[in-house]
Ligand binder design. Structure first.
Ligand code: HEM
Length: 212
């Protein structure tokens, strides 16, 4: 606990604002990155569309809601979060003397965990730059617990993770069962590493998907 209570209040307000901002922005970024990847992988997009129609019912009918059955969609979301984690950088301030990777770190030392780089480390993720949702189809008992951190880990694990993945699966399935997404000609997407990882330049055209 710090000596200055006002500083604690300020820190608390800063954390709350950051969390509120994240809770609004990160889900939208997750859907945007997913649609970007699916626009570049039409066969995967069609696979998810077929799953959406099987689970939600055909386009134009009221959807039945069972997110657990959207298995391929959940894998695609997991893979999107691996390639483009909206929270690409986690900050830490060392609180007590710590040894990490053989280095002694004093209290007050600032650390950065770059999830974007960890998620693309070939030691943990074969063909790390390839969008391959199927890699999540099989259980990965050997995956190091620090090798996939889109929602953080430990005591600060994201409180919205389950909610947001459920909503993202349902939203994308609802979109995909009706619409076909393609990049607008000339689109060039560049990841922007700001407060969140954003797909700058993303432009998508939507067409009515052919009835399944
Ligand atoms: C795709 C969407 C989201 C992503 C990628 C995401 C990611 C994260 C990450 C990486 C952390 C850990 C931060 C750290 O260790 O420093 C975190 C914490 C947190 N997230 Fe999320 N988040 C998302 C959506 C949400 C939503 C929708 C909510 C609330 C409804 C939420 C609430 C929280 C809270 C309260 C914490 C802080 C937990 C703590 O420190 O005790 N998040 N999130």
């Amino acid at each position: 606990m710090r000596a200055d209570p006002a500083a604690d209040d300020e820190a608390l307000v800063a954390v709350l604002f950051s969390r509120l901002f994240s809770a609004q922005t990160a889900p939208a970024l997750l859907t945007a990155w997913l649609l970007h990847l699916l626009a570049g992988h039409p066969r995967e997009q069609q696979r998810l569309r077929e799953e959406a129609r099987t689970v939600l019912g055909p386009a134009g009918t009221p959807p039945t809601v069972d997110p657990a059955r959207l298995v391929a969609t959940q894998h695609a979301l997991r893979e999107t979060l691996r390639l483009y984690p909206p929270a690409w950088l986690l900050d830490r301030t060392i609180q007590s003397p710590t040894t990490l990777g053989g280095r002694d770190l004093d209290p007050g030392t600032e650390g950065r965990v770059v999830t974007y780089l960890i998620h693309r480390d070939p030691a943990h993720h074969p063909d790390p730059d390839v969008f391959a949702p199927a890699r999540w189809a099989d259980p990965q008992p050997d995956l190091h617990r620090g090798a996939y951190l889109p929602f953080g880990t430990g005591g600060r694990y994201c409180r919205g993770a389950l909610w947001v993945t459920t909503i993202a699966a349902l939203t994308s399935a609802a979109l995909l069962r009706r619409h076909d997404f393609r990049h607008t000609p000339g689109t060039r997407v560049c990841p922007a590493f700001g407060a969140h990882l954003e797909p700058t330049g993303l432009r998508l055209d939507t067409h009515c998907a052919s009835p399944g």
